[in-house]
Design a protein around this ligand. Structure first.
Ligand code: 6GU
Length: 245
């Protein structure tokens, strides 16, 4: 899959794309990351990419022409997505959809924003990665890139992790433990050492439900819950078996 990232900081994007799982996928040719410097599409002697906002006020706005030229330089792409705190929330469902495309263009804003005419007519979507303000869209673009590329066949190298993720869909993950079974005086839940697969699966499901109820109760509204899940959650509410973890 080809990712084209339009940015004023192409080095940041290239550095990230060279590391870890993504770096390996790039080396293998499964993922291509093109970091395009928007400044290369200016034509004034100062290479200026921003200007004062019409209507006045603080801050600067990214000029439309260099951005439009940078978008056009990418050629045909599957989707063009702008990263901005004023976008709709990016979700795992977007990553699943976008992983089916052959290419994705990610447009990073800086300054107060990009001229609205770009958003209206030159991109297909505008997303945010959360309710906080970053100084630019680069971290958002890398979040979208990472969440999307790790769904591509062959990238994770461990088909099992993804299967398990989809099984657990809509709930927070259960706790994980590894050796040693006692570490600094703290043990591991006995059931995990029992070798009893059905009981392990049940424990993990309940810990997922417990953690989700405690930390992300909003997710329970849309998660697919079995009658046993529902019963466990009702027991949780009445008794007080909840804890932070
Ligand atoms: Cl995508 N960009 C910026 N600048 N701030 C954000 C964001 C994106 N998502 C949340 N905050």
């Amino acid at each position: 899959m080809r990712f084209v990232v339009l940015t004023l900081f192409p080095d940041v994007v290239r550095a990230y794309a060279a590391a870890g799982v993504l770096g390996k996928a790039v080396e293998r040719g499964e993922v291509e990351v093109e970091a395009v410097d928007i400044r290369d599409f200016t034509d004034d002697r100062y290479r200026s990419v921003d200007d004062d906002p019409f209507g006045g006020g603080a801050g600067m706005v990214m000029k439309p022409e260099p951005v439009a030229r940078a978008i056009e330089s990418a050629g045909r792409v599957g989707k063009r997505v702008m990263l901005t705190p004023s976008g709709r929330p990016f979700t795992q469902a977007d990553a699943v959809e976008w992983a089916k495309l052959d290419s994705l263009l990610l447009l990073c804003g800086r300054y107060e924003g990009i001229d609205q005419r770009i958003r209206d007519d030159h991109v297909d979507d505008a997303v945010s990665i959360g309710d906080y303000v970053l100084s630019g869209g680069e971290l958002g673009a890398l979040v979208v890139l990472d969440a999307t590329m790790r769904l591509l066949p062959g990238v994770l190298g461990n088909a099992d992790s993804l299967e398990h993720e989809s099984y657990n869909e809509g709930l927070l993950e259960h706790p994980h433990y590894t050796r040693p079974a006692e570490w600094r005086g703290v043990g591991v839940p006995e059931v995990l050492l029992s070798g009893h697969h059905a009981r392990v699966a049940e424990w993990r499901r309940r810990e997922s439900l417990r953690r989700t109820a405690r930390l992300r109760p909003d997710l329970l509204k849309t998660a697919s819950l079995t009658p046993q899940d529902q019963r466990f959650l009702l027991d949780l509410e009445s008794g007080d078996q909840s804890e932070v973890s």
